[in-house]
Design a protein around this ligand. Structure first.
Ligand SMILES: C[S@@+](CC[C@H](N)C(=O)[O-])C[C@H]1O[C@@H](n2cnc3c(N)ncnc32)[C@H](O)[C@@H]1O
Length: 293
C-alpha cells in the first residue's frame, strides 16, 4: 500500500481555497427575515402545492440539462427554497449542494427529503448567502449551478448578480451549465395594477403590493432599460382565525429589476455561451454553457 510521505502538505479546508473574500448580499438579512417571519410558511401553498412545482421544474431541467449525468456530479442550487429544483436534480442523478438564507425553507426541504426516502448523503443543505457558495465547492467541480424560481432578483444590485454569475463560471467544469430563472420587473406597474392577487382559499388571502423605486439612493447602477431599479415587494397575508376574525400579517423586501437582455449579456461577458429558454410561468430563463478551455 502506498504511504503518504510525512512531508506531504495537508490540503487546506475548502473555505480557505475560495479565491475571493467573503461577500454577503446587502439584502441578505432582510430576505432571510422576510421569509422566516412571513413567507416560508405560505410559500408552497402560494404555488398550488409541492407536486405542481416539482412537475414544472422537472420539465424545465430535463430540457436544459444533459440527459445523462456521471456518478457523483455535483449540482449547486442557489436559493433552493423548499427544493423545487433540488429534488428534480437529485432525481436526475446529481448530488446537490442546496444553499438558502431561510431556515424555514431549508427545514421544509429537509422534511421532503425524509418523506421521499432520499439518501441524505446526496444532499448538503447550507444556511448561507448565495454570494458565498464557492466556499462549499472546489472551483471547476460543479456540473451545474441553478438559481431559479425568481431567486436572482433577490440580490441587491446588478453588481451582485454579476458577481454570482462570475462565481458560477469559476465553480463549473467545462460544459457545465448555469440556469437562471427570474421575472423581468423592468416594466413598472401603475396605480391599482400594483396590487396583485397571489392566491386565496377559505382560510388565507395572499396579496402582493409592488412599489417601483426608479431612482436608487444607494448609488447602485440603473441601466437605460430599467435593469438595476428596485422594487419594494409588500406581502399582505390575511389569515382566518378560529373565532371567524381575520388577522393581517405584513412584511416587505426588495427585488431587483433585470431584463432578459441584461442577464444574457452579463452571462456572455462572464465567458459562457448563452441560450435563452421560453418565458414560462411569467419567468425568463437564461442558460450559460461553460466553454471547454
Ligand atoms: C423566490 S424563492 C425561490 C425558491 C426556489 N428556488 C423556487 O423555485 O421556488 C427565493 C429563495 O432564495 C432565498 N434567497 C434569497 N436571497 C438569498 C441570498 N442572498 N442568499 C441565500 N438565499 C437567498 C430565499 O430565502 C428563498 O428561499
Amino acid at each position: 500500500m502506498a504511504m503518504t510521505p510525512p512531508s506531504a502538505p495537508t490540503p487546506p479546508p475548502i473555505s480557505a481555497r475560495a479565491s475571493k473574500p467573503i461577500l454577503t448580499s446587502s439584502n441578505y438579512l432582510s430576505v432571510a427575515s422576510h421569509y422566516d417571519r412571513l413567507l416560508s410558511e405560505h410559500y408552497t401553498w402560494m404555488f398550488g402545492g409541492y407536486e405542481t412545482k416539482l412537475a414544472q421544474n422537472r420539465c424545465i431541467l430535463l430540457r436544459h440539462l444533459p440527459a445523462t449525468v456521471a456518478p457523483d456530479t455535483v449540482a449547486v442550487d442557489l436559493g433552493c427554497g423548499p427544493g423545487f429544483q433540488t429534488i428534480p436534480l437529485l432525481e436526475l442523478g446529481y448530488k446537490v449542494v442546496a444553499v438558502d438564507a431561510s431556515v424555514g425553507m431549508l427545514e421544509e426541504l429537509g422534511d421532503e427529503i425524509k418523506t421521499l426516502g432520499i439518501d441524505e448523503k446526496r444532499v448538503r443543505t447550507v444556511e448561507g448567502d448565495l454570494l458565498n457558495f464557492r466556499e462549499q465547492i472546489d472551483d471547476g467541480a460543479a456540473g451545474c449551478v441553478v438559481c431559479m424560481g425568481d431567486t436572482p432578483t433577490h440580490l441587491a444590485s446588478l453588481e451582485e448578480v454579476r458577481e454570482m454569475i462570475r462565481d458560477a463560471h469559476a465553480a463549473l467544469r467545462p460544459h457545465g451549465r448555469l440556469i437562471l430563472q427570474f421575472r423581468d420587473l423592468t416594466h413598472p406597474l401603475e396605480g391599482t395594477d400594483r396590487f396583485v392577487p397571489v392566491r386565496s382559499d377559505a382560510m388565507t388571502v395572499f396579496t402582493c403590493f409592488l412599489e417601483w423605486e426608479r431612482q436608487r439612493d444607494d448609488g447602485a447602477a440603473v441601466e437605460e432599460d430599467g435593469s438595476g431599479a428596485r422594487i419594494r415587494v409588500h406581502d399582505l397575508v390575511h389569515i382566518k382565525k378560529g373565532n371567524g376574525t381575520w388577522e393581517l400579517c405584513k412584511s416587505w423586501y426588495y427585488k431587483l429589476a433585470m431584463s432578459r437582455e441584461w442577464v444574457g449579456q452579463t452571462v456572455k461577458e462572464a465567458g459562457f455561451r448563452v441560450e435563452y429558454g421560453e418565458t414560462e410561468h411569467g419567468m425568463e430563463l437564461v442558460v450559460g454553457i461553460k466553454e471547454a478551455q
